[in-house]
Design a protein around this ligand. Structure first.
Ligand code: MN
Length: 434
């Protein structure tokens, strides 16, 4: 599941092209061993490109991923603090800080410049000191400044605003090249105030080993390949974008906070890691699938204890459209499911509810349910103007979306006329080899 690429690649587009292709063919992760303009550097890409790779990184069979993820995500294992670690083998401080020496990658055709796309940001809540661990894109601005796209509907963005209210910057460390469980754990939809390193520890079944930063009061994974330490500049915003984002379109130019870099530490011969987002499916989509499916599953289960399956659809970017199958016991419970999921604010824009005999992973079966068990004037709910975290270009204003839901379930009681036609004995046809 890892392919070493020895031919020289340009960090502008050529690395991303490889990740695009391996995502499209469900291929392996790629380790680029020769990067134009960056002698000695290697770049890893596509580590989360497929469900198979996610399953490998959680040491779980692919067909049991959601079930395992649901259990593991609820475990909490406290991190351990070490005096030092491999990430301290090389230290750049003061004038030695130079982001241009890292092999940063430009991904999509119209991107404004190179972005760090899979840096794990660690910051502390100014009120409580509790850590937050998340992933945000960062645009290279100059040798010691990066943008930090962390809007206020994300925990880190909220913490930046809290610091600014105190006329201070927020200290933020960015770790690149960490245990995949940390990256996956950082995507868990846990409430503000939960340190995602505890979630990562639960996912891995072992404590995350941390060590202190050099110039800021933040702890980082001791075995990270690279750590970038910095402080946000209070009140400062820079244009950030266009950038090819997860909806599969370019996000408009945002106004992002700015991080002033105070130190960079790394391993000897560190590996830089990048990740691709853009038109689904990429690793950015694969990474969010189980975090979103888990929160949706738990929400539906509160209303309908007999949830059969939850499918965040690929065309819905693993965020915008969810198909759920339930065993319905009362007539209108699908409508409650629709309202609950639209209210989550995690990006769900469309909810399709089907019966337990429909395979949510099969678009033909789902469309058949829509064709035979649903009347649009009766079974569609549209809710205007909801607060929602989304980069969907169709929304009327930032962080607002309408939502809709389709109840494609049969009525309870006498529903004989909705049953699938079947031919007896198909399973006994052994003369056709397929
Ligand atoms: Mn958080």
């Amino acid at each position: 599941q890892l392919l070493r690429v020895s031919q020289t690649v340009d960090p502008q587009f050529e690395i991303a092209a490889g990740i695009r292709k391996t995502s499209d063919v469900e291929g392996p992760a790629l380790l680029f061993e020769s990067v134009k303009g960056y002698p000695g550097w290697r770049v890893l890409g596509g580590l989360f490109a497929t469900r198979k790779l996610i399953a490998l990184s959680l040491e779980t069979p692919e067909d049991r991923l959601l079930e395992r993820y649901l259990t593991l995500e609820e475990k909490r294992v406290a991190p351990e603090l070490l005096a030092t670690g491999p990430v301290k083998e090389v230290r750049w401080t003061g004038d030695e800080v130079d982001l241009y020496r890292l092999p940063m990658v430009t991904h999509s055709e119209k991107d404004i410049g190179p972005y760090i796309t899979i840096g794990v940001q660690i910051g502390k809540d100014p009120d409580t000191g509790v850590r937050n661990v998340s992933v945000h894109r960062m645009l290279l601005l100059d040798k010691d400044r990066l943008s930090l796209w962390a809007p206020p509907d994300h925990h880190l963005g909220r913490m930046i605003l809290k610091a600014e209210e105190r006329k201070r910057g927020l200290e933020v460390a960015t770790a690149i090249g960490v245990d995949p469980a940390i990256v996956i754990g950082s995507q868990a939809k846990v409430p503000f105030g939960i340190d995602e390193f505890y979630v990562a520890g639960g996912l891995r079944g072992a404590a995350v080993k941390l060590t202190r930063c050099e110039t800021i009061d933040v702890e980082v994974p001791a075995s990270a390949e690279i750590v970038i330490e910095g402080v946000t500049i209070p009140g400062e915003r820079v244009p950030d974008g266009p950038y090819g984002e997860y909806p599969g379109c370019y996000s408009e130019v945002k106004q992002s906070p700015v991080l002033k870099v105070t130190a960079i530490t790394m391993r000897e011969n560190a590996i830089y890691q990048t990740a691709l987002t853009g038109f689904p499916v990429t690793e950015n989509h694969a990474l969010i699938e189980y975090a979103n499916a888990a929160v949706v599953y738990r929400e539906v289960k509160k209303i309908v204890p007999e949830v059969k399956a939850v499918h965040m659809t690929p065309g819905g970017t693993f965020r915008h459209h969810v198909v759920i199958s339930i065993k319905k016991r009362t007539q209108e419970e699908a409508r409650n499911v629709i309202l609950a999921l639209l209210a989550l604010g995690i990006g769900v824009k469309q909810v399709t509810v089907v019966d337990e005999d429909i395979d949510v992973y099969d678009p033909l079966e789902v469309e058949w349910a829509l064709s035979t068990r649903m009347q649009p004037d009766r079974d569609i709910i549209i809710i205007p103007r909801l607060a929602c975290s989304t980069l969907d270009p169709s929304v009327p204003a930032p962080r607002i979306t309408a939502g809709w839901g389709i109840d494609a379930t049969m009525p309870t009681g006498d529903n004989e006329r909705f049953q699938k036609v079947r031919v007896p004995g198909v399973e006994n046809v052994t003369y056709l080899k397929v």
